[in-house]
Design a protein around this ligand. Structure first.
Ligand SMILES: Nc1ncnc2c1ncn2[C@@H]1O[C@H](COP(=O)(O)OP(=O)(O)OP(=O)(O)O)[C@@H](O)[C@H]1O
Ligand SMILES: CC(=O)N[C@H]1[C@@H]2OC[C@@H](O2)[C@@H](O)[C@@H]1O[C@H](C)C(=O)O
Length: 377
């Protein structure tokens, strides 16, 4: 189809649970055809290396620095992404020459918007060489150089998806409950407002891992046997992040899990599921209007306790809650799809960020493209 480009998006999110791969055909505007998706979980050993890299990244003062284990982890991460692309192409009967570009997120190991410092591990030139496909990466940096928060970037894609929704579902609010949660409000007239809305699954994951050696609370099974600890919930929900007049994007370390003596395993999981749901409603006060509908994507939509809390809280405020799947989207693939979409926008010189999304002064492009030959464009 005229003007359509085919791109692969690669996302390794703040949960550090694996690599998501998705294919999108798009004109970089409102025409979007979603293709196949592949989720490849990291093994426990590599997750541990990524966790170590978060600690090592604390020493970074300039985003090109790679202290401690970071250089080795970046190489390993990039090769794993290259292997993921190769497997994805093979499984779907595709070849590299059918793909215009890869949108490569990498792994965020440090994000300090107040210092305009954001670091995503991932070697774009190496990935381009390994795959034989042009790679668009570093999509957050230009926004930060121009005074933006560098996140969230998915909103441009949410806006393209929302274009296909009927008017009665608007204003609509996409909510991504990943490691950290972020939301995108889309008004009836196309107004777009987005921000990080608070902790998502990261606190739950860290809590059940530390207390029971389990990586995440599948289906909310642990939480369903517990009770909310009101003081603990209020400690999180009373954080300055929620009361500050201005929104800012979050780093994984901005919210830390409870101390072991603050709750039993199930009560802690129950409380943190509630905190993840209530955070979204607390953040909604920054929106100009109550959303008619919340569309939930990201792994948190699979935690039944969290989703029930969200449905109750949103319902009290007069809004409906649906999963991405209820509307024909894919809640696991959405972020990887977004990176494919953003890569095409980057190639076309279209803006990735907007005053209403990252707080940047005016709509702004971003991303750097590396060709397999080594050229940068
Ligand atoms: N079946 C499930 N039941 C409950 N929770 C789940 C389930 N599957 C995944 N999750 C949660 O979702 C998390 C992964 O979500 P997702 O992949 O959306 O996050 P991410 O992309 O890494 O993060 P971010 O959006 O912050 O970058 C897991 O760490 C886990 O906590
Ligand atoms: C710095 C960084 O990687 N931020 C992530 C993180 O995970 C969720 C939330 O915080 C969001 O702001 C962002 O990711 C999504 C994909 C985004 O930029 O839209």
């Amino acid at each position: 189809m005229n003007g359509m480009k085919t791109a692969i998006g690669l996302m390794s999110g703040t949960s550090m649970d694996g690599i998501d791969v998705a294919l999108v055909r798009t004109d970089g505007r409102e025409r979007v055809e979603r293709g196949p998706f592949l989720g490849l979980p990291y093994d426990a050993g590599f997750r541990q290396q990524l966790k170590q890299s978060l600690a090592d990244a604390q020493a970074i003062r300039d985003r090109s620095e790679r202290p401690g284990t970071l250089e080795a982890v970046e190489k390993e991460l990039t090769l794993r992404h290259a292997a993921a692309v190769s497997r994805f192409l093979k499984e779907n009967g595709l070849t590299a020459d059918q793909i215009h570009a890869i949108g490569f997120h990498g792994q965020t190991v440090l994000h300090r918007p107040d210092q305009a410092l954001t670091v995503q591990l991932g070697d774009g030139p190496m990935l381009a060489r390994e795959t034989g496909i042009a790679v668009v990466c570093d999509m957050r940096a230009n926004d930060m150089l121009h005074g933006g928060q560098g996140a969230p970037l998915v909103p441009a894609y949410h806006a393209a998806l929302a274009a296909s929704l009927p008017t009665q579902e608007k204003p609509v609010c996409f909510v991504n409950i990943g490691g950290i949660s972020n939301l995108t409000f889309l008004g009836r007239d196309g107004e777009i407002i987005a921000f990080d809305s608070g902790p998502g699954n990261n606190l739950i994951d860290q809590w059940v891992e530390a207390q029971a050696g389990i990586p995440f609370d599948q289906g909310g099974a642990i939480a369903s046997g517990g009770s909310i600890v009101p003081d603990l919930a209020e400690r999180y929900l009373g954080a300055s992040f929620f009361t500050a007049p201005v929104r800012r994007s979050l780093d994984r370390s901005d919210f830390l899990p409870p101390q072991p003596d603050e709750a039993e395993l199930a009560d802690g999981a129950r409380t943190l599921a509630y905190v993840a749901a209530a955070s979204i409603l607390r953040s909604v006060r920054h929106l100009p209007e109550r959303p008619a509908l919340y569309v939930v994507c990201g792994g948190g939509r699979l935690n039944r306790v969290l989703m029930k809390d969200l449905a109750i809280l949103a319902g009290k405020a007069g809004s409906k809650v649906a999963t991405a799947e209820d509307l024909g989207f894919d809640g696991d693939a959405m972020e990887a799809e977004a990176w494919a979409y953003l890569a095409v926008r980057s190639l076309l010189g279209l803006p990735l960020t907007f005053p209403g999304t990252t707080g940047v002064g005016s709509p702004l492009g971003g991303g750097v493209c590396y060709r397999p030959t080594g050229e940068r464009s």
